[in-house]
Design a protein around this ligand. Structure first.
Ligand code: PHE
Length: 465
């Protein structure tokens, strides 16, 4: 019997395995794949980075993904509910861990929307290459109107309009529910994204200088493997990229039918995400190779190879110089917006579902309430000139410290404090075709928390020093 629910309705469900897989891939494939992975790989050993990356995927990414799936599916709830049930007599303190994940998702949604709004604007600017020759000056001065570093709370209309549009769209989709809203958007956007991005990669490969770009990305620097920071970068990339330990995969798995295969879809999601990441690396670096070729410099001399710099300064400049640039810009910013939107749905679904279950709200009530509060905060914080500067700091804390801590706690509680390892493993294996052995317990219960603990400590140390 449900403790909190006022009106009991059967739990929402994906319409089937494909819907679940597409939504999970939609969450995993996001800005991180397109603007984070290529630069991170390049800076951390190039081709050699694939080794720590794959090790991280197999030793921590997939095992923790399975842990998320097992908890969400076995205990049929969003993060707070699922952890409360997992905790049994200690449910209350474990529920807090779920709310911590809800809080991280809430914070992420506030600025993730902003980046998608920028992508939408730049999608439109691609038509007439509105950014001109000085793309950095355009971004900061004309578009964000943030060149004056003083404290100011004036709204930037060019950001405000797309931001409001995105928030309205998210609220509508979440209000429609898991199957009719979230799943449907993923079913449409994911194939579109793959087609658009594949077209972009093919075009990029035919640019002059593409080969040099790929050489820059893939030439292995094996000496980098001796550097612990390279390994930390690999584990962080995998965690962020797979959307694990945010409560997302717990929540998404909870909408999977009761007797469902969990591990095989998990493997599909993990490998689809990594494949998209490598595809993005190829597309981004082929394009950067062209840019370096145009300027007669080496790829290594370019600046702005990740994040906001890559997407909103470097890429617009490249698009301006390329024959057929507008089409390329449309494909790039369209991909960024679609990839971002499906990830955004997943973070907000975590928040919305948490409140639905706590207060017995319908999906629509929860989506509207959570969405409106988040939208107002996001608009107040990030569409004013001052707020934009805060984006980086918030991002760093939520992603780097927040999720690592939450993954450690989830693993330590599940395996050590509550000793639920065997039960969760049995649950994973009960209907799955790919069965996990004792090795899963070792990876998710021992190795992953040890590595993550090391990461957390070294991060905190580097923030203090
Ligand atoms: N996995 C997404 C990406 O690679 C990012 C993301 C992180 C999405 C956390 C939602 C929550 O960009």
């Amino acid at each position: 019997v449900e403790q909190h629910g006022q009106h009991r309705q059967p739990r929402e469900q994906w319409t089937g395995q494909v819907g679940f897989i597409l939504a999970a891939i939609g969450s995993a494939v996001g800005l991180g794949n397109i603007w984070r992975f290529p630069g991170v790989a390049y800076e951390n050993g190039g081709g050699a980075f694939l080794i720590p990356y794959l090790v991280a995927l197999i030793t921590a990414g997939i095992p923790i993904l399975f842990l998320d799936y097992a908890v969400g599916h076995r205990f049929r709830g969003s993060a707070p509910t699922a952890f409360r049930r997992l905790g049994g007599p200690r449910g209350r303190s474990l529920e807090a861990l779920g709310w911590f994940q809800v809080a991280i998702c809430f914070v992420i949604s506030l600025y993730y929307t902003v980046v998608i709004a920028w992508a939408l604007s730049y999608f439109v600017f691609s038509f007439d290459l509105r950014w001109g020759d000085d793309t950095a000056g355009f971004l900061v001065g004309d578009y964000l109107q943030a060149s004056d570093p003083g404290f100011s709370l004036s709204f930037v209309p060019s950001v405000l309009i797309p931001l409001v549009l995105i928030w309205v769209a998210v609220i509508v989709v979440l209000a429609l529910g898991v199957a009719r809203g979230v799943q449907r958007v993923n079913v449409i956007f994911l194939p579109l994204l793959v087609v658009a991005f594949a077209a972009l990669v093919v075009r990029a490969l035919f640019l002059d200088g593409a080969a040099e770009g790929l050489n820059a990305l893939f030439t292995p620097d094996f000496a980098a493997l001796a550097d612990p920071n390279v390994w930390i970068a690999a584990y962080s990339q995998i965690f962020f990229s797979l959307s694990i330990a945010f409560g997302i995969m717990i929540t998404y798995a909870s909408y999977r039918r009761r007797r469902s295969n969990l591990t095989t879809p998990g493997l599909v999601v993990a490998f689809a995400n990594s494949s998209f990441e490598i595809l993005a690396g190829i597309g981004v670096f082929a394009t950067l190779g062209f840019f370096a070729f145009q300027q007669g410099v080496a790829v290594g001399e370019l600046e702005g190879l990740t994040g906001v710099g890559l997407s909103f300064i470097t890429f617009p400049a490249i698009v301006s110089q390329m024959p057929g640039g507008p089409i390329f810009g449309i494909l790039f910013f369209g991909s960024l917006a679609m990839a971002g939107f499906t990830s955004l749905l997943s973070v907000l679904q975590v928040v919305s579902a948490g409140f639905q279950e706590k207060f017995g709200l319908s999906p629509r009530q929860a989506a509207v309430r959570v969405g409106v509060v988040a939208a107002v905060l996001s608009i107040l914080l990030f569409s004013t000139t001052t707020g934009l500067l805060a984006l980086d700091t918030v991002d760093n804390w939520a992603n780097n410290i927040g999720i690592v801590l939450s993954a450690i706690l989830a693993s330590v509680f599940a395996f050590w404090v509550l000793r639920k390892g065997p039960e969760l493993r049995y649950h994973l294996n009960s209907v799955s075709t790919f069965r996990v052995g004792g090795i899963w317990t070792v990876l998710a219960g021992i190795l992953a928390p040890v590595i993550l603990g090391y990461m957390l400590i070294s991060r905190i140390v580097s923030l203090i020093v």
